[in-house]
Write a protein that binds this ligand. Structure first.
Ligand SMILES: Cc1cc2nc3c(=O)[nH]c(=O)nc-3n(C[C@H](O)[C@H](O)[C@H](O)COP(=O)(O)O)c2cc1C
Length: 226
């Protein structure tokens, strides 16, 4: 038995991200939950912003923004950036958010966020309460600590934040499956697991060899410097 309700935005979990705009010197930051991926190739996203936000004209005029993924450690900052306007104070300073220049867009990245997506706006749609900024993701930055031995990005290690109908939740690393696992043949599953194991072993060996090599050359240098 279900209750039939009036139309609403009851689609969760969503990410609660920190959206930055402007330039390194004149920047803005606000929290947004109305965001997501809308295309794979080219990679495209959107963020929907109310015109009354301080960030709105800044992002609109520059035609660029950065989506900074938030973590459990940033939960309070995420809430604060979503409750207080940049008209009142410098939220970067207040929250200790460190700005880092982007590679393509002029909006700053937030250093403490493990993933930053540089975005260039391609289209605007006034939808009612919000304007949706459709954008192409033109550069991605991922914290070094999130790569495993096979250079695979392990986002589950990032302690990401999810927004669920008015409250913040930790995305805990309890893996339930991987993409396509429900339709994978047992033989393929075994093969993939074996491949992954041997890749890890090879990487480990290479790392160990490199370490040994550097110890050796380090010793040589010490001898010649003496
Ligand atoms: C969890 C959360 C999600 C939010 N999502 C959005 C959103 O998607 N779009 C929006 O316009 N405002 C959203 N807000 C509200 C703005 O972040 C808030 O009004 C903020 O103070 C605007 O900052 P600014 O005036 O400095 O631009 C959200 C707030 C919170 C706490």
């Amino acid at each position: 038995m279900k209750r039939s309700l009036k139309p609403s935005t009851l689609l969760y979990p969503l990410p609660a991200v920190l959206v930055t705009g402007g330039t390194m010197d004149n920047s803005t930051v606000m929290t947004a939950a109305w965001t997501g991926i809308v295309n794979s190739d080219p990679p495209m996203t959107y963020v929907s912003i109310r015109p009354e936000r301080y960030s709105y004209p800044i992002i609109k005029e520059k035609g660029e923004f950065v989506i900074n993924l938030t973590t459990v450690a940033l939960v309070e900052a995420t809430d604060y950036a979503g409750c207080v306007s940049g008209r009142k104070e410098d939220k970067f300073e207040k929250l200790g958010l460190k700005k880092v220049p982007g590679e393509i867009v002029s909006a700053p990245l937030i250093a403490q966020c493990p993933v930053n997506l540089e975005c260039r706006i391609t289209e605007e749609r006034e939808l009612g309460s919000h304007t949706m900024f459709l954008a192409e993701i033109v550069r991605v930055h991922v914290d070094e600590s999130l790569f495993d031995a096979n250079d695979r990005i392990c986002l589950e290690k990032a302690g990401l934040l999810a927004y669920v109908h008015g409250s913040y939740h930790a995305v805990t690393p309890r893996k339930l499956g991987t993409f396509g696992y429900s339709v994978m043949k047992p033989k393929t599953k075994k093969k993939k697991a074996a491949e992954s194991r041997s890749r890890s072993l090879l990487k480990k060996k290479n790392k160990e060899n490199k370490r040994k090599e550097s110890v050796f050359t380090g010793k040589n240098r010490l001898v010649s410097e003496d």
